[in-house]
Every structure is written in structure tokens, then in C-alpha cells.
Design a protein around this ligand. Structure first.
Ligand code: ATP
Length: 261
């Protein structure tokens, strides 16, 4: 059932249709040592296609967030390689990695992580301000309109609903035109209707703007909005499912549990 194959590095085109946005090869991540040693990821190969929506599922502690953090350059692997496009992250110094992250990666967190003292607009443009770049007004307007935030730009996060805050966080992740947006349980703090609306917007940016998105989720309905679901268990890639339905996702999760017991 599992097709855990990674094409040779040289054979992968850098951009364009059918290209690869990111990949990990032989990725392992070990935390701690001695009796506190935890193998969070164990020799994982994953390929993230450009312009597609990939979901990552698996039981609690299976390594989903660790995989996302390694892919996004927020955490360094113990072994193996992470590529963003053609760039091997291990070849970069910490400052070059920070620079690359600012340019090429957007991140959406479960808890929104907005700056409470800044307005919605200031939160959205913060990554550009940090990078010393001016906002592209056309892009900003189209993002704000697509996300239904035009009447909320002067509001602070505390004056916004959870769904609005997460839409601000999504705009902030998209405003730099990143190569990949990583989302760690972006609907985890939203009710199901608001979560579904956020996923509709994510899907819109994938379909209309060819945005690459990788999302960790526990919710089969959320995963079913993706083009492909990767299933992790015990730090390993156990299964993958293309064009998922909710029923198929549930079935694969059950099979994953049976495989572990
Ligand atoms: N900084 C850390 N120090 C020590 N162990 C860690 C650290 N981060 C993660 N782990 C361990 O690594 C394993 C994988 O954690 P990870 O957060 O990636 O799992 P997850 O699948 O995202 O879980 P959840 O669904 O509960 O968020 C777990 O056993 C966790 O306890």
C-alpha cells in the first residue's frame, strides 16, 4: 500500500508543472539522549509537489509537527536532508536559513500567533517589514479581498473572531508569495463551520494561485480537502492517499491503528 519513493535529486525540476516544492530524504530526528531519547522521525522520505495541497495525519506523537518543522527549517534534522526547491537546508548557516525562511516559507499556527498590539493590516505586512520590503499593494488588496478582511484591517486581534484572526494569519503567510505555506492544525481552534471556510480559502489559493500548502491535521474532513494525505505512525511514513475522501481517510487511519497494535 505504501509507496515511499523519492526520485533522484538530479531528476527533479526546480519549478513548473509537476515540479517538487520541497522534499526530505532519509530524515531522522532524535530528541534527548539515554533513557530520555525519543526518535521523533525515523528515516522518512517525503516529496511535496509544487502547487498542490498536502495533508499530514497520524496519531499523537507520530512526528507530524517535527516533520513540518524540519521541512520549514525551524528544526535541524539529526540525519538526512531537507530540500526547499533545490536548496539543501543543511548547507545553510543559521542566518542564511533565517533569510531563506523569510523569503520562501509562510507558516500558519493553530493558535494564530498574531501580535496583539498590531492591527490586522500591520500583522499581515509584518513579514515584509521585517525583511525591509514594501508591500505589493495589488497583492495585498487581492489577498485582503479574497479573505474577506477589507473591513477589518484596522482592528487588533482581540477585536476579531477566531476565524478572522486565522484569515489574517493566512494572509500574513501568503503576503511574501512563499514557495510553501506550512500550516500546523490551522483549524484546530476553529468551530467546524469556520474551519471549513478557512479550508475553502486555502483550497482557493492552491487552485487559483498554484500555492503549495502542507498542513498537519487531526481532522479527516480537513485532510479530505487536500490533494494527497501522508500518514505517519511512530516516526515513519506508513501510507499515502491521493484525491482523498473523508471515508477513505477514516479507513486508512483505522488501518494505521491496526498496524500498530
Ligand atoms: N523538543 C522536544 N524534545 C523532546 N521530545 C520532543 C520534542 N518535540 C517533540 N518531541 C517528541 O517527539 C515525538 C513526535 O512529536 P511531534 O510533536 O512531532 O508529534 P505529532 O505527531 O505532531 O503529535 P501531536 O499530534 O500530539 O501534535 C513525540 O514523542 C514528542 O514527545
Amino acid at each position: 500500500m505504501m509507496t515511499n519513493q523519492v526520485a533522484p535529486v538530479q531528476a527533479l525540476p526546480a519549478s513548473g508543472a509537476g515540479s517538487v516544492a520541497a522534499r526530505v530524504v532519509g530524515l531522522s530526528k532524535v530528541y534527548g539522549s539515554g533513557s530520555g531519547r525519543v526518535v521523533a522521525l525515523d528515516n522518512v522520505d517525503v516529496l511535496i509537489p509544487a502547487g498542490r495541497f498536502t495533508a499530514v495525519m497520524g496519531p499523537s506523537g507520530s512526528g507530524k509537527s517535527t516533520l513540518l518543522h524540519c521541512l520549514a527549517g525551524l528544526d535541524r534534522p539529526t540525519n538526512g536532508s531537507v530540500y526547499l526547491g533545490d536548496t539543501a537546508l543543511e548547507s545553510l548557516s543559521d542566518s542564511a536559513l533565517t533569510e531563506l525562511r523569510r523569503r520562501e516559507i509562510g507558516f500558519v499556527f493553530q493558535s494564530f500567533n498574531l501580535v496583539p498590539t498590531l492591527s490586522a493590516e500591520e500583522n499581515i505586512t509584518l513579514p515584509l517589514a521585517i525583511a525591509g520590503r514594501r508591500p505589493d499593494r495589488g497583492l495585498l488588496t487581492s489577498l485582503v479581498n479574497a479573505l474577506g478582511l477589507s473591513q477589518r484591517l484596522r482592528h487588533r486581534p482581540a477585536e476579531l473572531s477566531g476565524g478572522q484572526q486565522q484569515r489574517v494569519a493566512l494572509a500574513r503567510a501568503l503576503v511574501t508569495r512563499p514557495r510553501v505555506v506550512f500550516a500546523d492544525e490551522p483549524t484546530g481552534n476553529l468551530d467546524s463551520r469556520t474551519g471549513a471556510e478557512l479550508l475553502r480559502l486555502v483550497r482557493h489559493f492552491v487552485d487559483e494561485n498554484h500555492q503549495t500548502v502542507v498542513m498537519v491535521t487531526h481532522d479527516p474532513a480537513a485532510a479530505a480537502r487536500a490533494d494527497e494525505v501522508l500518514f505517519l505512525a511512530d516516526g515513519r511514513l506508513r501510507d499515502r492517499l491521493s484525491a482523498p475522501t473523508v471515508e477513505q481517510v477514516l479507513h486508512r487511519l483505522a488501518a494505521l491503528d491496526e498496524g500498530r497494535s
